[in-house]
Each structure stands twice: as C-alpha cells, then as structure tokens.
Write a protein that binds this ligand. Structure first.
Ligand code: ZN
Length: 457
C-alpha cells in the first residue's frame, strides 16, 4: 500500500504540498461488495464520504463516454442513495456534469455523468531531447491548443523552461486568458525524476539539469501546482488513460525517441522505482563490446536502437557507396527521420537498419516481459511512428525469446495516441491535482473557463 494519510487533522496546506509531490497515487479500496476500485488522490479532510467522492470522480473521469448513477453504484458497491448524494456534491462543485449517453442502443438516451470540460484549464509540457510540445487542455482532457517546437535539452533548464513558459503564455493570450486561469501544469522530462523533490537526478542526456528545482521554479512562475514526471512514465499513463492500455492492470510503454526508455504501470500504479530510475530499458547491455552509449557504458540497447543510433547508421550508410536513397543527402543532416523516410520509399538498406533496431528492442522487451509479465506492451515515441517496419521485428524477437507463459498473454501494439502519449499523460497528471482540489470547492468557479472544446486530431 502506498502512502496513506489517514490523519484528518493535518493542516490542509502541508498535506497539499505532500500530495502535489506524489507522482501518481492510487490507493485501492474494497467496498461492501468486495469490488476493488482505484483512485488517485485523497482529500485533506479525509473521511469515508469524501473518500468515496474522490473515488467516484476518478471512475467518472476514466469511464470513456460517461457513466450512469446505477453503474457507478454497482462499481463502487454503494446504494443508489449514497451515490446520489456524492453525485450531487460533484455537480455542485462544477467538475462533473450530466450528459446524454452516446452509446445507448435505442430509444431515449440515458443520462450519464461526465467531466465538465468547462470546469477548468490545465497546461501540459512534454520535453524531449530535441523537441518540446506544449498544450492547453480542459478538465475533460480535451486539447484546445497545442504547439510543437524544436528544443535542445542540453541548453539547460533556464533556456528550456523559459521557452516553455513563453509558448504557454502565448497560448493563454490567444484564448484571451492569463496564468490566473491555469489550475495546474503537468510536465514530462527525459530523465529520472525524484518526484518528491520535483527534480531530475543524474540525467544522462540532460546536462545542467541535475537537481535543478524544476517544479519549484515553475510553481513560482505559474502560481499553481506543477507535476513533474519522467516522459516514458507519462507515456504509459497517457496510453493507460486514453489509449492502447485502457482498462489494463499491467502495462509497459516503450518510448523509442532519440533514446529508448520504458514506463511501467504495475497493478494500475506507475512504477518509478526507489529513485525514479526504473524503466531504463535503453541501458540494458545488449553487447558488452558494443558501441559507446551516452551513459558511459558500451553496448547498451540505446546505442544500437535509439534515434541517435539509427541516425549514425544512416550516416554511415550514406557514405558507404551502397545503393541507397540516403546517398543523395549530406551525411551530417541525416537523422532517424530521413532513414525512416528512405525505408518507407523502399530503400532496402534503410529498412535493414530499422529491422535491426526493432530486433534489438524486441530482445530487450522479451527480457522485460519475462520479468514483469505485462498484458500489453505499447511502442511509442518519435521513431515508433514508422509503424510496422519497427513493430514487426519487435514482435518476432519477443515471440522467439520470451518465455511462453508470458509471451502468450501479451499484446504488443503501437501507441494509440501516436506522438501524444506523453503529452496526454502530462494532462492526466495536471487534471488529477486540479480536479480533486476543485471537487472540494462547491459552487466555486473562480478558475473555470468558457471555451468551445475541439477534438484531439
Ligand atoms: Zn547506456
């Protein structure tokens, strides 16, 4: 059982500080009917009633197209009357609204409960090694504005965070809003995050970021709670909430970008490890005599199969004199993108580079499957956008190498949210802190915003 604060007398602010420092918090409760449910956050004035209120809020949040009062009562093992009281409070706090079910077979559609998108607004920042995506989303996790911008994470925290701040400010301006409208901001970074401290420690590809107070400095700028997580963790969370991992208990998300990382959700909780460094699948040794890796070791998976490694192999191919589309490009400009594009256009040598990468990633995933026995492994990240050219050799390597008991129960699939898995995970985290706090404020619309939502495309 994770941290479980059952002392209702603890001052609210203290507890909030503690809560906002917890990355992803899923205590489970067993109801009268013995049904196990999950939720993310406990209110400060914890008692049985508000405990159930926050659990109900999460069931509504992740129900997809909304959930009826009857289904809510069934899932929570509570009476209709008890659920009605909880729902009344949630409706009064403006975070939940009634809507007509879209999935009713025929006749008059039943009324379901859904998150009120106009309940509030959050910011989300997905920082990668070479790109950053910033978004504004509402409480229903619908993205209103989104912008991708090139970034060099090696520029350090001051430059990178200032850039994110600028973009977010511009987006708010475009909506006619200010930072005062932000209820929370979720941030993902490509390094091991100490969640309690809101910083990264010894990140291999983020020089200058070691122990920089990322969360504290952003909270000062935006004057609202900020969550900080590792990017692959957020990818797992995003896919679990809205993508290929919905409803699953144990999932692994593999982010194949410039590097390779894994986010693990075990028993419906993010597994970050003791120091936030779990999931570093990119630094599994594939060949002890292999190429030098960013981490200082030789022959890590990342040095064979990440975006950087693919780019290097593409550059070598361009200079090799072999028949390849890459020979037409200046070698130093070749990135994983160019290799993928050449492969897509039928370049056999470029296809071979991707096949080899996929095989190495598959070998590492087979090990991960043997260790954790997940029900789904989701392949995401920029390089994974090439699709089958990478996932087919991954599946083959897993079939050949994982133990049968694990291999037979696992589905290996591309990320359903595409490039947005991490961004959506950051939105889940930001909405998480914002919506549960808002659920405690009945009749409060101080930060509520009125915007016309549009779908994520
Ligand atoms: Zn390494």
């Amino acid at each position: 059982m994770p941290i479980f604060n059952s002392n209702p007398s603890q001052p609210f602010v203290k507890l909030l500080e503690k809560i906002f420092s917890v990355c992803y918090y899923v205590p489970r409760f067993i109801t009268a009917k013995g049904i196990v449910s999950t939720f993310f956050w406990l209110p400060a004035d914890y008692n049985v009633k508000s405990f159930n209120k926050h659990a109900a809020l999460d069931l509504i949040r992740f129900s997809g197209d909304g959930i009826s009062r009857t289904d809510l009562a069934d899932q929570m093992g509570l009476t209709r009357a008890a659920v009605s009281l909880i729902v009344k409070e949630l409706l009064e706090s403006n975070v939940v609204q009634e809507a007509e079910s879209r999935s009713a077979p025929s006749g008059r559609p039943p009324i379901v409960l859904a998150i009120n998108p106009k309940g509030g607004l959050v910011g989300a920042i997905d920082m990668g090694a070479t790109h950053m995506t910033v978004a504004l989303a509402d409480f229903a996790a619908i993205i209103h504005r989104e912008m991708e911008s090139p970034l060099d994470i090696k520029d350090g925290p001051e430059i990178c965070l200032a850039k994110a701040e600028q973009i977010l400010h511009r987006m708010l301006e475009q909506e006619g809003l200010t930072t005062a409208h932000l209820s929370a901001v979720g941030v993902g970074v490509p390094g091991p995050v100490i969640t309690e401290a809101g910083m990264v420690v010894a990140p291999p590809i983020m020089p200058g970021w070691d122990r920089y107070p990322i969360r504290a400095s952003l909270e000062k700028i935006w004057n609202c709670p900020v969550t900080l997580n590792n990017d692959a963790e957020l990818g797992a969370l995003g896919e679990w909430a809205y993508g290929a991992g919905r409803g699953e208990k144990n999932i692994a998300y593999i982010k194949v970008g410039s590097g390779v990382g894994a986010g693990l959700i075990l028993n419906k909780q993010i597994y970050g490890g003791t120091t936030g460094a779990a999931g570093e699948i990119g630094h599994l040794t594939i060949d002890e005599n292999g190429p030098l890796c960013n981490c200082g070791n030789h022959g890590c998976l990342e040095a064979f199969a990440g975006g950087h490694a693919i780019a290097k192999q593409g550059q070598a191919l361009a200079k090799s004199g072999k028949r390849t589309l890459l020979a037409d490009l200046p070698a130093e400009k070749i990135t994983a993108l160019e290799v993928a594009e050449a492969a897509r256009r039928g370049d056999l040598h470029a296809q071979e580079i991707l096949r080899r990468s996929g095989t190495y990633i598959g070998i590492a995933i087979a090990g991960l499957i043997n260790l954790f026995n997940p029900s789904v492994v989701i392949i995401g990240g920029g390089v994974a956008q090439v699709g089958d050219m990478l996932t087919t050799p991954i599946r083959q390597a897993v079939r050949e190498r994982a133990m049968r008991a694990s291999e037979q129960g696992v589905r290996i699939t591309a990320a359903m949210l595409g490039r947005r898995s991490v961004l959506m995970g950051a939105i889940v985290q930001a909405v998480n802190v914002a919506i549960h706090a808002a659920a405690e404020n009945r009749n409060s619309t101080s930060k509520a915003v009125l915007m016309e939502p549009f779908e994520v495309n």
